[in-house]
Structure formats: C-alpha cells, structure tokens
Write a protein that binds this ligand. Structure first.
Ligand code: CP
Length: 299
C-alpha cells in the first residue's frame, strides 16, 4: 500500500514511470481496468481542476467515485474530527484523494487510513500530482526534462506547486530563477534543498530581463487564502504580471505554465500566444492522474 503525499515519496524512476503511463492514457483515454474500485475524492478546500480531473481520471479507468467538495457538507461541520472522518472514508473506498487547508493534513490522513491516500494539495506545503502533470507538460513541450531553465514567478512562499515542482525537477539538472516580491520569496528550506544538491538558482524582484533565456516560465497566483493580514495581500496582489508585450526576444521553445486558477498575473492577451500552455497543461492532468491511480493501485 503506497500513498503519494509529498513528491519526495516518488523516486526519479517512479516519476518517469507515471509520465509514461500518462502518455499511454493520452493516446487511449478509456481503459476501464478498475471497475471493481471505489475512489473517494474528499476536498476540504475549493478546487476546480484537481477535483474534476481526478474524477474524470477515475471514471475513464472505470472506477466509481464518492466524496465531497467542501467541509460544510460533512459531519466535521457538526464537530467530528478529521481522524474519525478519515477512518470512515477509508471504510468506504479503495483509495482516497484529499485536499486540505492544513500543511501536513494529508500525511496525517495516510497514517490513519486503511487505504492509500493521494495528496491533492495540503496548505502551502505540497501538491505532488500537480507536479507530475507539470512534468508531463514540460516533457511533452520540450521533448526532455533535462537541463531546463525554469523561471518561477509570483507567490513562491505559499505556492505549494512551486515547492513540489522544484524538488521533482532537482533530478533533472535544472537552473531556477525565482521572481517575487521580497515578502513572497522562496522559503529558506527550499533554498537549502537546492544548495544541498548544488542546483543553481538566482532570485529577482522583477520579471523584466528574466524571460529571454527561459525554457519554462512558471507563473503562479498570489495565494490570498494563506495571508494572515488582508492588507498585506492587497499590497502585493498585482506586483507580478505577464503581458503579451513582454514576450519579445524569447526562446522558440518557451512555454508558459500556470497551475491555475489565474487572477491577474497573466493578462488574457497572452492566451492566444503560441507560448501559452496553461489550458493544455490542465488537460494533461486527467492523463497524469490516470497514471498515478494505475501506479498506486498496483503497489
Ligand atoms: N491547479 C489546481 O490545484 O487548481 P484547482 O485549485 O482548481 O484544483
């Protein structure tokens, strides 16, 4: 029984295996191999892409899906603990997909559940399945995961997709450029992680001058829901944004990724540019999550 809580739960070979499965599923998306399985998608935090693409992935594999999309619809609203809730859900399902607002909640659930747990995002900590679909998108658009110059922009402090992705890409000899205001800089633990692996990175406070040598421009939303002080969010919310006029002098292979949802950090005039890849990236989530289900069910 294997769970996926942090991207570090998978080694390089396991990640590549999931990407290969995703490629197979993109070519043949209807494979009802799990029609004897029930998958619980339990989301304590809002989601559009992650929940629906997990449900689509389960459906395309023939599994039945149960679950809920908000805490208000559960007996937690009546005072039941997370521990008891997870025990109940694992009575009913063969695998649990869980999103929660607290860092560490998915790991806690995996220690209680009698079935594997997939972390669909826990607080500002990790979003490993987003990372695998990001990697799938990088490999699909670049032909390789090796030697990428990756510029990560926006909320690098609370952005869990950034944290998971930089750890995963550390297996593939990347160079990182981090662009954020000082308040939302990449946390020290991730800088130490990169230092310990001799992975080069630079930090910047403006996107100007950072795009021309980039292969992957990874834009992120400012995570309003993680701010203690609403005024602090107001002050930083529009500091980093990408406009089509900034996409001159770019590498021909440049692709713009964003885990979505976007607010104002990518202007809509970027959407029709050939570099814009964020909507296809979200579509890749279905195939990647089919690959994740398949790998974990077979452990
Ligand atoms: N990328 C992502 O996690 O999007 P949702 O919040 O819509 O699931």
């Amino acid at each position: 029984m294997k769970s996926l809580i942090s991207i570090n739960d998978f080694n390089k070979e396991e990640m590549l295996h999931v990407l290969d499965l995703a490629e197979k599923y993109e070519a043949e998306p209807n494979c009802p191999i799990f029609n004897d399985k029930v998958i619980a998608c339990i989301f304590f935090e809002p989601s559009t892409r992650t929940r629906l693409s997990f449900e689509a992935a389960a459906s395309r594999l023939g599994a039945r899906v149960i679950g809920f999309a908000s805490l208000a619809a559960t007996s937690i609203a009546k005072g039941e603990s997370l521990k008891d809730t997870i025990k109940m859900v694992s009575n009913y399902a063969d695998m649990i997909v869980m999103r929660h607002h607290l860092d560490g909640a998915a790991r806690y659930a995996s220690e209680i559940a009698g079935c594997p747990v997939i972390n669909a995002g826990d607080g500002a900590n990790q979003h490993p399945t987003q990372t695998l679909l990001d990697m799938y998108s990088i490999r699909k658009t670049q032909g390789t995961l090796e030697n990428m110059s990756i510029t990560m922009v926006g909320d690098l402090k609370y952005g869990r997709t950034v944290h998971s992705l930089l750890q995963a890409m550390s297996h593939f000899n990347p160079r990182f450029h981090f662009v954020s205001c000082p308040e939302l800089a990449i946390p020290a633990e991730y800088r130490h992680f990169l230092d310990s692996r001799n992975i080069p990175y630079t930090e910047h406070h403006t996107l100007e001058g950072q795009i021309s040598n980039t292969d992957i421009l990874y834009m992120t939303r400012i995570q309003q829901e993680r701010f203690q002080d609403p005024m602090e969010y107001e002050r930083v919310k529009n500091l980093m944004s990408l406009d089509a006029s900034m996409l001159t002098d770019t590498k021909p292979n440049l692709r713009i990724l964003h885990p979505l949802p976007r607010i104002k950090e990518i202007a809509t005039n970027v959407d029709d540019r050939p570099e814009a890849y964020y909507f296809e990236q979200a579509r890749n989530g279905v195939f990647t999550r089919m690959g994740i289900f398949t790998y974990l069910m077979n452990q």
